[in-house]
Design a protein around this ligand. Structure first.
Ligand code: BDP
Length: 694
């Protein structure tokens, strides 16, 4: 067990469950005329063989009780005769129902399209894997979002920006001739969650990706993914017309540039007829963009949108921007640049917004753009890879982070205007919707760098299908499918996962602190970082500690970032007494002896939170060691070893942060709190010159 099988392990059910299972799947009646039909049928056979201990065998028609019948009204005569109500399921939804076919009890997985049946097949397998009852089924489901994408930050030399799971899984050198079987397993895993698109290359894009040689490689991947309902997208480098097109400009209003992109789009669609479209990072962190020519983000996005529109493609234009000139408060910039452009984008443009306004911190308030651009479809961008959350060794379940953001109420149309409703299009009536996750996938056998990081890929996929789903329920399914269905295992593991993200916030950046990680690579504590090319890449810019107090004043008396939120959110964030304490130092600069709701002073509370985070990790180690009987030795040992690293590093974070901040607070540690064992100089001297990822 090295983790390769992810949540699709299909290990045998116990005898009684297998027997019940077999009675519901006495035979499989599933068409196999198209690649997608074959993918669904093969997955069912693989899963049923594993789970039930026997291949039910396939038949052309139902001839016994307990058949599993799969298909669409077009692909299956039996399903056509049932006259099921498939309205409203779209192309990707499905029903799973207990019915009678020609007088015999059967279960059907039915949909309007082959892809819908594939999703239904995976759902049926999940029900078996998680021990759901199989009698009297009446399930109907369809994805809430159109685009459910992974964004790979993979370079053509196979280095993965912010990747902690080995090299890129795309072996560009051997493509298109060698199609690693792993690409098929990648597609299976994603289809099992309903992920239906993948952006193959880094947002810090190379124009090379758009050259004929690389387009053929992308087309080969598209061919592998197509049966699984996954479309390929590319990050487009805005200056490509200059770099590979022989033009002397990339001005989006120049007719030659517009023509170049139209021709490029035509060329791509000749090779990849179902190409999804472009993702663009422009005028951000040194990337080229329309502003280089005095044009707006809308001008740039619309030019590309016009190029792909005839083929049904989309443009995902990122709102992660901050200017060359130092902003007074970087958190305000995306809103300031994008809100004035609301309504100016073409219909096939989505603006892709990170969950928070700074950069994937362990905790951020939701991005103020959500709900603030009613005339533009906004797409969520989460980061699955743990750039700021301890890379692959720290056990941090991100389902709760995603859920917290999706459930946040923007109040943009009054109470109940949650981020999830902005994203699913219901708040402002948008037809085009989506969610992207920056992938944590690499060439490691376990795909994600650690077993528990697989849960973050899993949770992302489930929430992209249904942004209203529960992080706890998702963790439960994942734990059952990945490890064991035993309640003695599932309960403690899910509890441990559910608190793990708060623990990371506590030992890294409690109470709204942010961006205090090691410079560049973002690993380990470095609240002392100052100087360098720009202030907003330092730690001191964000924590602003002085002998008087700590925190970034974004209130109406400070940078006034709070004004970018709707009332009453703005009012609550503006008031240090009302703001959730988890965001206190994000929005306010408060004195060290500020009285917290716990009754402690701010300083004491800060120290308490650091220690609480470390204690939680210690607790996870104990929990995990008690779960050894439920987990195979190989995966158990890896998780245990990583938890030991995490505990050491949580302690390092606590000690280094306290050693540093007490030089400002000038206060003793609260009673019972151990002082950092080393000097501040010692912590400052620790560095990771070769930390992976950046
Ligand atoms: C930051 C990363 C950087 C990315 C950038 C982005 O540090 O590597 O290129 O975001 O999202 O989180 O464009």
């Amino acid at each position: 067990e090295d983790g390769y099988d992810l949540w699709l392990r299909y290990r045998p059910l116990d005898a009684a469950q297998a027997q019940t299972g077999r009675s519901h799947v006495a035979q499989l009646v599933a068409p196999a005329a198209t690649p997608t039909q074959r993918a669904a049928r093969d997955e069912l056979r693989r899963g049923l063989r594993g789970l039930l201990g026997a291949d039910p065998g396939t038949a052309d028609a139902v001839d016994r009780a307990g058949a599993l019948v799969v298909g669409t009204p077009a692909s299956s005569a039996a399903i056509a005769r049932l006259g099921l109500d498939l309205d409203g399921l779209g192309d990707e939804g499905f029903v799973i129902r207990s019915v009678e076919v020609d007088g015999r009890a059967a279960t059907v997985i039915a949909a309007n399209s082959d892809i819908g049946t594939l999703y239904g097949a995976f759902r049926f397998l999940r029900m078996l894997q998680t021990r759901q009852p199989l009698a009297a089924l009446d399930l109907r489901d369809a994805p809430a979002l159109d685009l459910r994408l992974l964004d790979h930050w993979d370079n053509l030399d196979r280095h993965v920006e912010r990747g902690y799971a080995g090299q890129s899984i795309w072996d560009w050198h051997k493509l298109p001739d060698w199609r690693d079987p792993r690409y098929t397993d990648y597609a299976r895993a994603n289809a099992s969650l309903g992920i239906n698109g993948t952006v193959l290359n880094n947002v810090n894009a190379s124009a090379q990706s758009l050259t004929p040689m690389y387009l053929e490689k992308a087309a080969a991947l598209a061919g592998v993914f197509r049966p699984y309902g996954i479309r390929v997208y590319l990050s487009a480098r805005f200056s490509a017309p200059r770099e590979i097109g022989g033009l002397d400009t990339a001005d989006p209003l120049d007719p030659r540039v517009r023509r170049w992109w139209r021709d490029k789009a035509d060329e791509i669609y000749r090779l990849i007829p179902d190409f999804g479209g472009f993702l663009v990072k422009a005028n951000s962190e040194g990337q080229p963009g329309p502003q280089d020519y005095g044009r707006t983000h809308a001008d740039g996005a619309n030019m590309l949108a016009d190029a792909v529109a005839p083929h049904g493609g989309v443009v995902m234009w990122r709102a992660f921007v901050y200017s060359h000139e130092e902003p007074e408060d970087r958190a305000k910039q995306a809103y300031s640049e994008f809100v004035p452009l609301d309504g100016q984008f073409r219909e096939n443009v989505m603006v892709q917004v990170k969950n928070g306004a700074i950069d994937f911190q362990p905790r951020e308030p939701f991005h103020p753009l959500f709900g603030a651009m009613p005339d533009t479809p906004l797409m969520m961008e989460f980061q699955i890879t743990k750039e700021y959350l301890g890379f692959a060794t720290h056990l941090v379940y991100l389902g709760t982070l995603f859920e917290e953001v999706l459930e946040a109420d923007t109040y943009q149309q009054g109470k109940g205007s949650t981020v999830a409703k902005v994203i699913d299009g219901s708040l402002h009536g948008h037809g085009l919707t989506g969610m992207a996750g920056v992938a944590n996938i690499g060439s490691d056998r376990n795909w994600s760098g650690s077993i528990f990081d697989q849960a973050n890929w899993y949770a992302f996929g489930r929430l992209a299908w249904d942004p209203h789903a529960s992080a706890r329920a998702i963790a439960g399914d994942w734990a059952r499918m990945t490890f064991s269905n035993d309640d003695g295992f599932v309960g403690p593991v899910v509890d441990m996962m559910m608190g793990s993200r708060q623990a990371a916030v506590d030992y890294m950046t409690p109470l709204g602190l942010h961006h205090l990680m090691g410079e560049g690579h973002h690993y380990g504590p470095a609240p002392w970082v100052e100087g360098g090319p720009r202030a907003d890449w330092t730690s001191v810019y964000y924590h602003r500690a002085t002998p008087e107090g700590i925190g970034f004043d974004r209130s109406s008396g400070g940078s006034d970032a709070v004004a970018q939120y709707a009332d009453p959110v703005a009012r609550v964030f503006d008031d240090p007494k009302q703001v959730p304490e988890d965001l206190l130092l994000w929005f306010h600069h408060v004195p060290w002896d500020w009285r917290m709701r716990s009754g402690r002073t701010l300083w004491d509370e800060l120290v308490h939170r650091y220690s609480r985070g470390v204690a939680y990790v210690r607790g996870m180690r104990e929990t995990w060691s008690g779960l050894a009987p439920y987990v195979d030795a190989e995966r158990h040992a890896e998780v245990a070893a990583f938890l030991a690293i995490q505990e050491q590093e949580a302690q390092w974070w606590r000690d280094a942060s306290i050693a540093y901040f007490r030089t400002f607070s000038q206060r003793p540690l609260p009673e019972g709190e151990a002082p950092p064992p080393e000097s501040l100089e010692h912590y400052r001297s620790l560095s990771f010159p070769f930390a992976p990822g950046n």
